[in-house]
Design a protein. Sequence first.
Lengths: 116, 112
Amino acid sequence: EAGVAQSPRYKIIEKRQSVAFWCNPISGHATLYWYQQILGQGPKLLIQFQNNGVVDDSQLPKDRFSAERLKGVDSTLKIQPAKLEDSAVYLCASSYTSGGFYNEQFFGPGTRLTVL
Amino acid sequence: SQQGEEDPQALSIQEGENATMNCSYKTSINNLQWYRQNSGRGLVHLILIRSNEREKHSGRLRVTLDTSKKSSSLLITASRAADTASYFCATSLIQGAQKLVFGQGTRLTINP
């Protein structure tokens, strides 16, 4: 089966600019996640969708970050305006939920963002 | 704050040796998962162990879970150069939606 697709793979922007990332999860996976991974650290969950509804966005900096999953399939994550500390790899993941039990998450290749 | 903390932060061993990584966490969990990350294949799920399980095997991987000590260990037997990667434990909390909290990871280097 096709994996989680993300684009772009790399992005370099100036601080205060805007940037958007796209993710297409594995077909049939209702749950979609966006993570931020700063160099040398583990991934940190930014937002979790179940179909097109937000389940958890407690760690999303809502003053500058936004995400949507309008049709319950692909998703976009936007940063506006970007700060230097937003430099990181942004990972998208999806999982299949069955009978109320969550399973393993499948990760995309990530987008490496550099803010200058 | 981090839920999972891996130990050691870095580990370097010879090919063929066994590698053991540990993970400690703070609050009660639904399950604990181990992931591997390298530049070639990104972040990949290795194994999931539920809170009512004590040990699980998958190929050369063995995972243990001690909920009384809030700790888990990952053993990789007969290591290979291809096992060189960062390994993360991720905990899924009991309350709320499936939210994985990742630790800082253990950087494993297998020397030929």
